[in-house]
Write a protein that binds this ligand. Structure first.
Ligand SMILES: [Mg+2]
Length: 374
């Protein structure tokens, strides 16, 4: 079997508002083969930069569009192809956009492998750790503490036993920060897990003060309180407080995760398969975390391609326990571009049993939302 084409398809709603909502656009990777099997993947990054990294031509022996490098290759050789793409983009790659682009390709290759061998991806990765996985409802804070409380109650009414709130208006002032967490806890009741995603808003000393103040409301983890490059700040914070510190969604490639784990001393390692280097790299990151006694959770705020990938991944590693899940449904691309929707039942998600990722593109929606520069 040989790879015959790699496409980076940018999908975008006609109107994209200036707000934190990654359901407004999506970068889907499609890899075709001469056997007729196609695989899909996703990249949550700067879409047109990723498209360039994938579809661009050869430029240099160590800088090349990824498509050029893998056309004609056997799609089942995932480890070899990962290293070929990495090695031939040393100038332009190693972290960031190039690794993000490789993530989408790697995901699509594993989808092809699963469809070819007629097995779900998690089985090919050697998994089987879960029969089902508990999702946490992942949401932005309400505009006010009271609105956050109402939102928390709604997620509990939907059956979720864990909820995360994040980003604005956290970080404005101490009183509001504490009120947001207090009201979130009130809305959830005592017996649900509450995670807080600060959204890169503090320095280490402020984060230590907030983590101590939030402990009264029994938060399960405090996520990304500091800028991602402040590894020494993460270490100070982590060593000063009891609450678990979570981070990792900004990282790509395992060596940046090593920095976060060994220098930053985080407690929970967050892996976005659409950015970290795909399944091939994600498995190595999980193994490095396992060696350090650290749990791994997915990061995902985009389409069901990423959610499906996370289900396969978390079912393939021993140090997994919960899955990030966007519970809101509505008018975003997420609900339209795949034929399948993944929904929680009684507070749990089933492990996919179909070959490959188990999600397929809705080609009508792809045609409708495909965006090209004018
Ligand atoms: Mg986050």
């Amino acid at each position: 079997m040989k790879i015959t084409n790699v496409e980076a398809i940018y999908l975008r709603l006609p109107q994209v508002k200036e707000q934190c909502d990654s359901g407004q656009d999506a970068l889907v990777v499609k890899v075709s083969t001469d056997s007729g099997i196609t695989g899909i993947g996703e990249v949550d990054s700067a879409p047109m930069a990723v498209k360039g990294a994938i579809e661009g031509p050869f430029s240099h022996t160590i800088t090349s569009g990824l498509r050029e490098l893998i056309i004609g290759e056997d799609p089942l050789e995932t480890e070899y192809l990962w290293h070929k793409m990495y090695r031939q983009n040393i100038y332009s790659g190693r972290r960031g956009i190039a690794i993000h682009a490789m993530s989408g390709i790697d995901m699509a290759l594993w989808d092809i492998k699963g469809k070819t061998l007629e097995q779900p991806v998690w089985k090919l990765l050697g998994g089987g750790f879960h029969k089902k996985i508990r999702p946490y409802a992942s949401s932005l804070f309400g505009a006010t503490p009271a609105k956050t409380r109402a939102r928390a109650r709604r997620f509990r009414d939907m059956g979720f036993t864990a909820v995360k709130f994040g980003w604005h208006p956290m970080g404005q002032d101490e009183k509001t920060d504490i009120a947001l967490v207090r009201e979130a806890r009130k809305g959830l009741g005592d017996d649900a897990d509450l995670m807080i995603d600060a959204g890169l808003v503090w320095d280490a000393k402020t984060a230590i003060q907030r983590a101590r103040a939030f402990s009264e409301y029994r938060i399960f983890w405090l996520e990304e309180p500091l800028l991602p490059d402040d590894y020494d700040g993460y270490r100070k914070l982590s060593e000063a407080v009891d609450v678990r510190i979570a981070a990792g969604e900004e990282e790509s490639e395992r060596r940046s995760y090593l920095e976060l784990m060994d220098r930053g001393k985080v407690d929970i390692v967050q892996v976005d398969l659409t950015r970290c280097g795909g399944f091939t790299e994600g498995m190595k990151i999980a193994s490095l975390a396992q060696d350090r006694g650290l749990p791994v959770v997915n990061h995902g705020f985009t389409t069901y391609i990423n959610v499906a990938a996370a289900l396969h991944y978390l079912n393939s590693i021993p140090n997994s326990f919960i899955l990030e899940f966007v519970a809101e449904q509505g008018t975003t691309l997420r609900d339209q571009i795949t034929k399948q929707r993944i929904v929680a039942k009684d507070g749990w998600l089933d492990i996919p049993q179909e070959p490959g990722l188990g999600v397929e593109l809705n080609e009508e929606a792809v045609a409708k939302y495909r965006w090209e520069p004018k």
